[in-house]
Design a protein around this ligand. Sequence first.
Ligand SMILES: [Zn+2]
Length: 396
Amino acid sequence: MKKARTVKPSRSKQSSSAVQYFAKRTTDIVETIRQLVEIESPSDVKQAVDRLSTILTGRFEELGGRVTLHRSEKYGNHLQADFRGAQKSKPVLLLGHMDTVYPIGAISKMRCHEAKGRLWGPGVLDMKSGIALMLAAIESLRSNSGGDEGILPRPVTVFLVSDEEVGSPSSRKITEALAKKSAAVFVMEPAYGLHGAVKTERKGVGEYTIRVTGKAAHSGLDFEKGQSAILELAKQINAISNLVDARHGLTLNVGTVRGGTKVNVVPGSAEAAIDVRITRNSDGARIDRKLRAIRPFNKQCHIEIRGGINRPPMERTKGVAALYQQAVKIAKELGWKLQEASVGGGSDGNFTTALGISTLDGMGGVGDGAHAEHEHVLISELPKRAALLAKLIESV
Ligand SMILES: [Zn+2]
């Protein structure tokens, strides 16, 4: 007969059992994602996002969270759920968004379904799977600590915004206030690539419009009396393109141009929209100054510049690097090699990193096709991601 084992299981045994724990719950996690995807939630339809936050309020309350809805007039209400911790420490902030880029009705063309080991549907990757992972991790931590009143091993705050896909205009202040009170921030946005890298660097994002007012005139009868806004705008676009410094990650893209009325009219107005990306915080203020200093080549034209840098870059600060190292260690115990990535797109993690709060982004689902028709998550990766999140919450 074998002797009963009295030795404590090794750390790696405990960890791989964490993946097994979530593997057994994969069907439930997938069901939750499907439910969240089927409640469509475009950023610009308040009622729709509110429907989702109501459902999620119920889910977080079931787990013992205390929910606060931050009312927003224009966008959906933002959802905050606070969980008490057995240990007295600063909370960990789990950050995410409920809104998607898809209009109501997209679900009828992009039916949420399982195929080839993947779950497909609008917003499934960005980032409804991230929300489902939060729920799964919190549920496991709750049962681990034996608490039935929402006591987790440590305090956790969940914050789900409703306007991330449109630049977080109404939620930014709340995100920043919550981050300042937190020990660390995990952003549940999708991982990078099919190898599931976390994001330790993101570009900052700005958006500007340049509007030129000239003077309209008949192109045949009064050509000399006209002042072409399109000609002025064309010269400005050329000047703007000279500000690009791609080597240092600074890019300006004139993405749309509009102007004029008829082919036989000297155009009296024209405008363009500019997307700005920066990797260095200092470039933000510099580019903003340069764009605002634009003066017309043709003194008869008037120029108006609107917009600004709305997300500072997420720089790979010491805090970010330390959190990444911690995640690498845990992933190794769980049995895989966690990589990091630097990406061009911004998220709310840019705000929290800029405040000096340790942040790890891309903690959500692994898949492909965010914002596109083939959006999907890999089902087999879900248990690993949930286990990583749960272990990290406990360890920071
Ligand atoms: Zn997202």
